[in-house]
Design a binder for this molecule. Structure first.
Ligand SMILES: Nc1ncnc2c1ncn2[C@@H]1O[C@H](COP(=O)(O)OP(=O)(O)O)[C@@H](O)[C@H]1O
Ligand SMILES: [Mg+2]
Length: 347
């Protein structure tokens, strides 16, 4: 790891953390599990290579993700501690969610019933409704971006680098979606590069709900052009064995025209749907409903390493390029207080 850029906000930096292991590789990022040395808290560190971010034209996205990390702090997201940088990389630090992605649960062979999946769908919807109250459309809701905590069994939504802030961003500028992996979960309007709406996130929930019962998204093909055509034009084929309310909700969430999609006129439209009959939405929002499963924690035998340089190649940035990232670093108030109280304890 290079020296921490001395001119930029040097508030938290690599010295605060002990790196444990790499946990995932994203499309432009790497994720590490680390331990904050003073508080011994486990954290997830998302690392971006500055040069790559400039080359891939993702500067706006990393700043957007950073800004939302500051803004969105709550029970259904992975809360951010702060960010720092060195000459080569940006680092965004989150609370570590000790549990699998929803993908893992969906790919288990057990035949979970409707009540089981309803819980996760209801939590995802409540989390999205909360995110939407900030004027934020997540834009990349898919099972890999939903973590199930092994501590409490509740969901956390992660990965806001495709989000749209409808208050700050002008409606005339439409960003093409960042497609990482598959676009099977993306609403047709996002693929047509039309303005996203809150209902775009609800479409993705429809895909997840479909997949929970069918094993695959409604429109799925290894041939990307074919899949795009299906998403834009085909009707989903819903298994006859699925209950009528569930099938009806899937069809209404997968409505191609966002204006006609359930939830377009407000989350209440979805809450009132028969599939959720008997669901206590207040309990869901308070996380007081008992989850149907507490997953096994990941990384049970943690092997401690010292922080090693995570990046193989070092790319030299010009002064001008470094300036682009000048304001990236921040530290959340919670961390400031924690670190202060810990260092006072140790005096
Ligand atoms: N806070 C976190 N706690 C635990 N694991 C995380 C956390 N954030 C991300 N991950 C893991 O890293 C993966 C990639 O992170 P993500 O933010 O989705 O990156 P990308 O933008 O590249 O998709 C996630 O799917 C998840 O498995
Ligand atoms: Mg992701």
């Amino acid at each position: 790891m290079g020296n921490i850029c001395c001119d930029f906000n040097k508030r938290i930096d690599a010295k605060n953390f002990q790196l444990i292991t790499e946990i995932a590789r994203g499309h432009s990022s790497k994720l590490f599990l680390a331990i904050e040395k003073l508080t011994k808290q486990q954290v997830a560190i998302k690392q971006y290579n500055k040069k790559e971010i400039i080359t891939k034209d993702l500067v706006q996205n990393v700043f957007k993700e950073r800004n939302l990390a500051i803004q969105l702090s709550g029970p259904f997201v992975s809360n951010a501690f702060g960010s720092f940088q060195d000459e080569d990389n940006l680092y965004l630090v989150f609370e570590f969610i000790h549990g699998p992605e929803l993908t893992h649960i969906m790919h288990q062979t057990d035949n979970f019933g409707e009540d089981f999946w309803r819980f996760y769908i209801a939590e995802i919807l409540v989390a999205l409704d909360w995110i939407h109250t900030f004027g934020i459309i997540h834009g990349d809701i898919k099972p890999e971006n939903i973590l199930i905590s092994a501590q409490d069994g509740h969901i956390r939504i992660i990965d806001f680098d495709s989000a749209t802030d409808i208050i700050k961003e002008t409606s005339t500028r439409i960003n093409p979606p960042i497609v990482c992996g598959t676009f099977a979960y993306m609403a047709p309007e996002l693929l047509k590069i039309q303005n996203p709406t809150f209902a775009s996130d609800f479409y993705s929930v429809g895909v997840i709900l479909y997949e929970m019962f069918h094993g695959l998204p409604p429109f799925y093909s290894p041939d990307q052009t074919k899949m795009l055509d299906q998403i834009l034009n085909d009707k989903p084929i819903i298994d006859e064995l699925i209950s009528k309310p569930c099938g009806d909700l899937i069809a209404k969430l997968l409505e191609k025209n966002p204006n006609e999609r359930i939830g377009y006129n407000g989350f209440q439209e979805i809450q009132k749907h028969e599939f959720f009959k008997g669901i206590d939405w207040e309990q869901i929002a308070k996380k007081s409903l008992t989850p149907p499963l507490i997953p096994k924690p990941l990384f049970q035998n943690i092997e401690k390493n010292n922080w090693i340089p995570p990046l193989e190649v070092s790319s030299i940035l010009t002064q001008e390029e470094q300036k682009i990232f000048k304001n990236y670093s921040f530290q959340s108030n919670v961390v400031k207080e924690l670190l202060n109280s810990k260092s006072n304890d140790e005096k």
